[in-house]
Structure formats: C-alpha cells, structure tokens
Design a protein around this ligand. Sequence first.
Ligand code: SF4
Length: 91
Amino acid sequence: MSAGAVRVKVDEHRCVGAGQCAWIAPKVFDQRASDGIVMLLQPHPGPEDLPWVREAVERCPARAITLEHDDIEHDDIEQDGIEHPAQGDPR
Ligand code: SF4
C-alpha cells in the first residue's frame, strides 16, 4: 500500500441515514435499502474521489465518517485517542 493512503471509516451506530455521503460521493458510499444506514463501498478512495469524501465528512450531520492515514504507526496514536502524526504537518 502506498504511503499516505487515506482510509475511510464509517460508524453505522452514529449514522442517521441522512444520505448526504451517498449523494456527494456515490462511488464510496451507499445506503442500505432497508433503513438508509451508510454502507462503505470503497475504504481506500483514489485521489479523484478524495475531495468528495472530504465534503461528505464535513456534511455528515452525525459525524459518522472519519478519515485516517494508513501510514500512521500505532505509536503515533496516544492515549487520548487522537492521532498525532509525526510528519506531514505543514506548520
Ligand atoms: S451522511 Fe452521515 S448520517 Fe447520512 S448516511 Fe452518510 S454517514 Fe449516515
């Protein structure tokens, strides 16, 4: 897997089935026919889909979508549960 690949995660328990994600990024998200809960179609979206995935993250009313970088080592995830990447911060 290439360094810096982005992984999408969805939390079905938080999802309220609003459907913005499937509308904004239909190659990455869909909804279950029975209850509208999000289904993740593509956990590793390509660069062409990433802007739409980020838009879906911002517009999800339940904050049920998160992005992670696959190159983050376990040690970079501290006990507060927040990822602290050692590199890539432009500041
Ligand atoms: S936008 Fe959020 S709440 Fe709506 S279906 Fe997608 S994950 Fe669920």
